[in-house]
Design a protein around this ligand. Structure first.
Ligand code: ATP
Ligand code: MG
Length: 161
């Protein structure tokens, strides 16, 4: 049986930490769908279309990975795609509390929903989209944390903000 997994997130923008996680998931599952949440409540820096386009380019090296946008409940989106496995990342203990609560709430909403936690390579544990955005806006160098395509997009935003 072919096994697929959903990897949901805001990806505002996609970082090297996200890429590391998707690469690991793509080695475990036959197919990985990276689901970019519209998440208007988070007031993202990049539009949904921009986030999807960047993720597609950055993940183009992984053949069994697809990228799509969604809005609404992640459990509903997973059910629509016939997948029960959802990948999430744990960088540190600080992620654990929220992720544990989210996993349990999701399983409460949809009983077949299974959250699979992956950890990134050590060098990616301190990367978050929020920090990368902040560094870029304040004039810092983000080349170590994101793909060159993403760095270029961040620098473009810096010029217009
Ligand atoms: N560097 C990383 N290593 C491992 N997992 C990560 C990393 N960055 C994010 N994740 C995980 O990826 C999933 C989606 O994350 P999300 O899109 O919120 O990214 P983020 O970097 O946490 O962004 P933000 O700072 O905007 O919340 C979450 O499960 C998150 O824990
Ligand atoms: Mg986050």
């Amino acid at each position: 049986m072919k096994r697929s997994a959903l990897y949901p997130g805001t990806f505002d923008p996609i970082t090297n930490g996200h890429h590391d996680l998707v690469r690991r998931a793509s080695g475990i599952f036959d197919r990985v769908l990276v689901a970019v949440a519209a998440n208007p409540n988070k007031a993202p820096m990049f539009t949904l279309d921009e986030r999807i386009a960047m993720a597609r380019k950055v993940l183009a090296d992984l053949p069994n990975v697809e990228v799509a946008g969604y809005s609404g409940l992640t459990v509903d989106y997973a059910a629509k795609h016939g997948t029960q496995f959802v990948v999430r990342g744990l960088r540190a203990i600080s992620d654990f509390e929220y992720e544990f609560q989210l996993a349990n709430m999701s399983r409460h909403l949809s009983k077949n929903y299974e959250t699979v936690f992956l950890t990134p390579k050590e060098q990616f544990t301190f990367i978050s989209s929020t920090l990368v955005r902040e560094i870029a806006v304040l004039g810092g160098n983000v080349n170590e944390f994101v793909h060159p395509i993403v760095a270029a997009e961040l620098y473009k935003k810096r010029r217009v903000t």
